[in-house]
Design a protein around this ligand. Structure first.
Ligand SMILES: *[C@@H]1O[C@H](CO)[C@@H](O)[C@H](O)[C@H]1NC(C)=O
Ligand SMILES: *[C@@H]1O[C@H](CO)[C@@H](O)[C@H](O)[C@H]1NC(C)=O
Ligand SMILES: *[C@@H]1O[C@H](CO)[C@@H](O)[C@H](O)[C@H]1NC(C)=O
Length: 275
């Protein structure tokens, strides 16, 4: 009978139609998931590549081991809940070697300092050490429930104090300062009213970690420009002296930015004779 024959065929056709639609949707989901996964994987991969390339160029370290120690600090964690202690295993994997008579700290003078240290191999800043040079200018964070490293949408310091990047710099600054030995130098900014700021990394972390058994002196180079507003009698520098152990000899000298640049460019100028 016609209708009996007809209806099942109709049903069959619509079933096939539903089946094909389901297959198509499933395929689409799989394709999207793979593309998304690859994109995520790429962000981890390219970050890790930058990390290991820089690490290997530095030389002398097992960079896979350093990467694992680094990654464990933040992967799978809320990027606002990474305290500086999370990087302790990293410091253990790549410890700071004591640097005698060459340590250069800086606060609000980053460009001048690095222009100088790049030209003249007299001083070592944190950014010249393995960990400082590998992570300089990079942004990274993890996410709860993920094994990836993200390089965008990471929270900034103003949103949360204990964020992935800030805690890293706090921790490596502490390690760098603890290793400082002999005569140490710090370039501070004479164009601002408070060259020694208690809330800077130098003021809140590094100065507190100086080891007076290792460090003989702290020599401030106050970089002056045409519009300098501070000199060595600045009250904030009295606060700095108060923070230092009595056995650490303190000096301060005003040096113009032009003089630092000229000395940096002069290949004949001996180390230490720039100011
Ligand atoms: C940040 O971490 C430190 C431990 O390093 C902790 O004492 C402090 O309370 C944390 N701050 C916030 C806002 O969670
Ligand atoms: C000192 O700080 C001012 C204001 O932030 C900046 O313009 C200047 O370049 C800094 N000076 C040095 C020597 O870095
Ligand atoms: C500005 O710098 C010059 C030389 O660099 C110095 O003689 C002068 O005392 C400084 N002014 C202030 C207000 O510190």
């Amino acid at each position: 009978m016609e209708p009996v024959e007809y209806r099942p065929r109709q049903k069959k056709r619509s079933r096939r139609c539903v089946f094909l639609t389901v297959v198509a949707v499933l395929l689409l989901i799989v394709v999207l998931a793979v593309a998304f996964g690859v994109a995520l994987g790429r962000s981890t991969e390219s970050f890790k590549t930058t990390f290991t390339d820089r690490c290997e160029k530095f030389g002398g370290y097992d960079c896979e081991k350093v990467w694992s120690a680094f990654e464990q600090a933040y992967v799978g964690k809320d990027p606002c809940k990474v305290p500086m202690e999370a990087y302790d295993p990293l410091i253990a994997a790549a410890p700071f070697q004591p640097v005698c008579n060459r340590v250069m700290f800086w606060s609000k003078t980053k460009d001048v300092v690095h222009e100088f240290t790049a030209k003249k191999d007299c001083f070592t800043t944190l950014e010249d050490t393995l960990l400082g040079s590998v992570l300089d200018h990079l942004t990274w964070c993890g996410k709860e429930g993920s094994t990836e490293t993200f390089t965008s949408d990471c929270p900034e310091w103003k949103y949360c104090e204990n964020n992935t990047v800030r805690s890293f710099w706090n921790r490596v600054s502490a390690g760098f300062a603890e290793a400082a030995c002999g005569d140490a130098t710090a370039m501070l900014n004479g164009s601002i009213a408070t060259p020694f700021a208690l809330d800077s990394i130098f003021g809140s972390i590094e100065v507190k970690r100086f080891d007076h058994k290792k460090m003989k002196s702290l020599n401030i180079v106050l970089v002056t420009q045409e519009n300098n507003v501070s000199d060595c009698t600045n009250p904030s520098l009295k606060n700095l002296q108060k923070e230092l152990d009595d056995s650490i000899h303190y000096t301060c000298k005003e040096v113009s930015e032009a003089q630092i640049q000229a000395c940096g460019s002069d290949p004949e100028a001996p180390c230490g004779a720039c100011w």
